[in-house]
Design a binder for this molecule. Structure first.
Ligand SMILES: Cc1ncc(C[n+]2csc(CCOP(=O)(O)OP(=O)(O)O)c2C)c(N)n1
Ligand SMILES: [Mg+2]
Length: 578
């Protein structure tokens, strides 16, 4: 049975020539056109995904519109790409999926977007209406309840049963995606709703504005009271700070309070790295944990104080906590405090507007100024690192940093160099993106592809849209198929693969815990030859030459790959000493 036949079986009588005609591209408008027209009216420019039989009406309609389609090779990667597109540009990522297996394959990618608060609109196809309701008609791809599968990884799920509902449903989904806490929103449209001719005129206008999410006034008043009286205020800037674009207010508040600021891996870049109040990002170091525990008022922005931020739940704050988050379930999820449910940008702007620190209130860290304390804490972290046998790792990360242009965005997989990056990467004017939200492998390369496509879409030249992806040999295998996508669209992405012969971090953990590692060693392809077989230039260099190899890759056109065979170690954990 072809797509067109299956659509025709449920077509209304008066549309005899309809679905087949529409599918054959006669220009008859159908539900697919409504999806495309609405997305275009909302400002979408690029769509990621993979077509499928039930989605053909949607893809055919795209041929009549202006959306650019970037076809990934696996849906998980499509979701990562839409995520990277959104993170790099601030625009909504859009994803088109096939029914059943196609839809399900996207879920691990969507988990990352959901955990990190990345706005996305996902349009999945569905089996024809008559098959819905777990009726086991033996239709291709059918699930008992497809959208139930998406419930764990998206803010909401909508099934659209009638074409007239398409524009409004997409508009509502878009509004929800961009309203804080931002995130992916799921829509599904049955095959025949996409294919059937429609009476609805072309969509001319669509409006989606993020819902206001301001802090409540009494909470701002209380927080200002605490902060005005604080002797040792400190700030933890999490990912929500970036999602809420609260960086300017954060800087203003920190300077008014002279409060040290530390960024979590998700918050990397929220505060200027070299500011005299910047504790940078060594949040897993006990020196930092000690300092934060000693704060009398700790402001936690867009963070749950989760595993990494709390130095593996060893963090025992002695002061009071003000926690700001757009998601109410995050508030007090780990520590009691004054919870303020709000968009971080709105909350910090409100705090900043009301906060005047009395002239006689001077921060006092037991006789030390906050600036000296910050300097001293960073020195102690450096000293701890230098006391370990980590010169190669420190040099490797410094060489990458030196090679990457100041404004280049970087995308990191779950690999040892990325865990270093969480702590040591100074994003400068670029942005640091990692899969720390859900921690799934395979994020780096497809997200970087989406990021570069996004930067080109918003008007950057190919040279200034170039981004860096960093993966391990294990994580690279998750997204190796995307070399084809990168080649097909000539995406300006440089992919660094750090090959240590296996699941290095797990090898290190297992040897540490059990004395030996099991199931961590991997047979790998020749990554250079493999990339070349896709038509993507690649080079293998020793770790000392990583900087030069990256610079050469950045200066080239289109995608390229740099492979480094080396075994990087992790810095010693500090939570086990406490
Ligand atoms: C989808 C998924 N499956 C499994 C894991 C568990 N896991 C975490 S790190 C890791 C090893 C990654 O290996 P590689 O990319 O080579 O990086 P390395 O640790 O060697 O630097 C694995 C298997 C995961 N995080 N996500
Ligand atoms: Mg590895």
């Amino acid at each position: 049975m072809t797509a067109v036949e299956s659509g025709a079986t449920s077509a209304p009588a008066e549309a005899d020539a309809g679905p087949a005609g529409a599918g054959a591209g006669t220009g008859v408008r159908n539900g697919g056109d409504l999806v495309v027209e609405t997305l275009e009216a909302l400002g979408a420019k690029t769509v990621f995904g993979i077509p499928g039989q039930h989605a053909l009406g949607l893809f055919d309609a795209m041929g009549r519109g202006n959306l650019k389609f970037v076809s990934s090779r696996v849906e998980n990667n499509s979701a990562f790409a839409a995520d990277g597109y959104s993170r790099a540009t601030g625009e909504v990522g859009v994803l088109f999926l096939s029914t059943g297996p196609g839809a399900l394959t996207s879920l691990a990618g969507l988990q990352e977007a959901y955990a990190t608060g990345v706005p996305m609109v996902v349009v999945a196809s569905q089996i024809p209406l008559e098959g819905l309701g777990a009726r086991r008609k033996g239709m291709l791809h059918q699930l008992d309840d497809q959208k139930a599968s998406a419930a764990n990884v998206t803010k909401s799920q909508r099934l659209i049963q009638h074409a007239s509902g398409i524009p409004s449903a997409i508009q509502d989904a878009w509004t929800e995606a961009i309203s804080s806490p931002q995130g992916p929103v799921w829509l599904e449209v049955p095959q025949n709703v996409l294919l059937d001719p429609i009476m609805v005129p072309p969509v001319e206008d669509a409006l989606a504005e993020a819902a206001d999410n301001p802090p409540r006034v009494e909470l701002v008043r209380e927080a200002v009271k605490w902060l005005s009286a604080a002797k040792r205020p400190a700030i933890i800037a999490g990912g929500g700070t970036r999602r809420g674009r609260a960086e300017k207010s954060l800087l203003s508040i920190a300077e008014k309070l002279r409060a040290p600021v530390i960024c979590t891996p998700g918050g990397n870049g929220a505060f200027p790295w070299n500011h005299e109040l910047s504790l940078q990002s060594w949040i897993e170091d006990r020196h930092m944990t000690d300092l934060l525990e000693d704060a009398d008022v700790l402001v936690v922005i867009g963070s749950s104080l989760g595993e990494v931020t709390s130095n593996y739940f060893t963090f025992e704050p002695r002061g009071r906590i003000i926690q700001i988050d757009a998601e109410p379930r995050v508030l007090e999820s780990n520590r009691p405090g004054l919870g303020i449910r709000a968009d971080a940008g709105q909350a910090l702007a409100a705090l900043d507007a009301s906060l005047t620190v009395p002239a006689d209130t001077r921060p006092d860290w037991h006789g030390t100024s906050p600036e000296d304390l910050v300097r001293e804490s960073l020195r102690k972290v450096k000293e701890r690192l230098e006391s370990q046998d980590l010169a190669r790792e420190l040099q490797f990360m410094a060489d990458i940093r030196e090679a990457v242009p100041a404004d280049m965005q970087t995308f990191w997989d779950m690999t040892i160099s990325a865990y270093w990056g969480w702590s040591c990467w100074d994003a400068r004017e670029g942005q640091f993106h990692s899969a720390q939200g859900a921690g799934g492998l395979g994020y780096g390369f497809p997200a970087a592809i989406g990021g570069a496509v996004g930067l080109e879409t918003v008007g950057k030249s190919a040279a200034s849209a170039r981004v860096l992806a960093v993966s391990g040999d294990g994580s690279a295998m998750y997204s190796i198929a995307e070399l084809a996508t990168a080649k097909q669209h000539n995406v300006p992405v440089t992919w660094l693969i750090v090959d240590d012969g296996g699941y290095g971090i797990l090898r290190e953990y297992m040897v540490g815990a059990f004395g030996k590692a099991t199931a961590t060693e991997l047979a790998r392809p020749d990554f250079v030859k493999l990339a070349e077989s896709f038509g993507v230039p690649a080079t293998r260099v020793s770790p000392e030459n990583v900087g030069d190899a990256l610079k050469a890759g950045f200066a080239a056109d289109g995608p390229n790959v740099v492979v480094v065979e080396t075994l990087l170690k992790m810095f010693a954990p500090t939570h086990l000493d406490s």
